[in-house]
Design a protein around this ligand. Structure first.
Ligand SMILES: [Zn+2]
Length: 411
């Protein structure tokens, strides 16, 4: 089955196979073709070019993209999309001035999310998560990473990871799973965190490896959660089970998590709202992708990741949503791209590169996703008729997506 897009006003993000990530000033370039065509064959990008040189195609289904922009689908490399229930009451309580402790006592916070998840059946958890998956796909997300970490017991963590596995089987979108047992210390282990770490390493990880339920391992390296030493322990154990690190670091404090991530060749270090010059220095020359989560900053009213400092130091940067019930109840990559421009002073080219090419790197999908390259998956956003691609981040909060294609099929 062949699909031909013709009269495309602008075809964005045209790259060769050698481009796997973009750093520093490279992020300002967004290669494009005006008045273009693109052919999809067997779910992959077969060829593309200028309309004035379009060959004669037979037996193709044609989409007239006049006035519309075609770009690679968004790639969301950091989410907690599998969770049970929502926390909007906590949100209202916070508006009304309740303290964190008062909210926790009323049934808010991550440990309460864990309690709710433990009590939710695998089937119900799947149904709730599948609804969110369909929601983000409609908003242009065509590859997604999902973490465990709201289970915090062996059974509940495995339940989350099995739900992710089932989503992988049932949806065309590329999904990667991350084991985040070290998301918070459960109440029962409050006085004995080491025993919880042992449970993660000795019991959960071997089971996850045996059932092949995760590609990545993650830890919340932060004051009051897990230390740099804990991070060493988890990443070293993950390595034994071929779980590649992708870690939560520098959200509220800079305590050396980035340096540990780089030491273990982490695929990405995520959050980075608080960055010291030493943290930026540590990332130079590494293969680790920094990932910013601006909709989390928006929701919590915390600082935004200093994108200019990171990019101007010659580093790459990716963008993701952090979709989760507590700090980012939104999986909208369009909003993330807007926030990157509005709040982090990234220009539209940098933001689009961060949400496509660099995001694909942060999910280990550079060979198949993230750009318009012959042979890559035909995953696209086709916009409505809009004046330019800069209009996408500019008209924040609006939806200008006409249709989304995954593996060449309109969803
Ligand atoms: Zn997160």
């Amino acid at each position: 089955m062949k699909l031909l897009f013709k009269n495309i006003k602008q075809l964005l993000q045209i790259r060769d196979n050698a481009t796997i990530s973009l750093k520093g000033s490279e992020m300002k370039e967004l290669p494009k073709l005006d008045d273009a065509w693109l052919l999809v064959e067997d779910g992959k990008i077969s060829d593309f070019g200028k309309m004035e040189e379009i060959p004669a195609f037979e037996e193709v289904e044609t989409v007239d993209a006049s006035g519309k922009i075609l770009l690679p689908g968004w790639i969301d490399s950091h989410t907690h999309l599998v969770y049970a229930g929502n926390r909007e009451q906590e949100f209202v309580d916070r508006i009304n001035g309740l303290t964190y402790e008062e909210i926790a006592n009323k049934g808010g916070g991550i440990l309460n999310s864990a309690k709710k998840l433990q009590e939710t059946s695998e089937e119900e958890l799947y149904v709730q998560s599948a609804r969110r998956m369909e929601e983000v796909m409609k908003m242009g997300t065509t590859a997604i990473e999902i973490k465990s970490g709201y289970g915090l017991t062996t059974d509940a963590e495995l339940k989350m990871l099995r739900v992710i596995k089932r989503l992988k089987e049932n949806y065309p979108i590329a999904i990667k799973a991350t084991f985040l047992g070290a998301h918070a210390v459960p109440k029962e282990y409050k006085e004995n965190k080491d025993a919880y770490l042992d449970l993660l390493v000795d019991e959960m990880m071997p089971k996850i490896a045996e059932e092949q339920l995760a590609e990545y391992v993650d830890i919340f390296c932060e004051k009051g959660y897990f230390t740099v030493e804990d991070t060493h322990k988890i990443l070293a154990a993950g390595k034994k089970h071929n779980l590649i690190p992708k870690i939560h670091v520098n959200q509220f404090n800079s305590i050396g998590g980035i340096q540990v991530g780089v030491e273990y060749d982490a695929l990405s270090v995520d959050h980075l709202e608080v960055m010291n010059p030493e943290d930026i220095e540590a990332l130079k020359g590494s293969r680790t992708m920094p990932v910013a989560l601006p909709s989390c900053s928006l929701f919590l009213s915390i600082p935004y990741t200093p994108a200019r400092d990171i990019i101007d130091a010659g580093l790459p940067l990716a963008l993701a949503t952090d979709y989760n019930p507590g700090s980012t109840p939104s999986g909208n990559m369009n909003l993330v791209v807007s926030l990157a421009c509005m709040k982090m002073k990234m220009n539209p080219e940098e933001a689009i590169n961060a949400a496509t090419v660099n995001a694909a790197y942060a999910m280990g999908l550079s060979e198949t996703h993230g750009s318009v390259t012959k042979g890559k998956q035909a995953n696209f956003i086709l916009t409505e008729k809009i004046p330019s691609y800069g209009f996408l981040p500019y008209s924040f909060g609006a939806n200008h997506i006409d249709s989304v294609y995954i593996n060449g099929k309109k969803i």
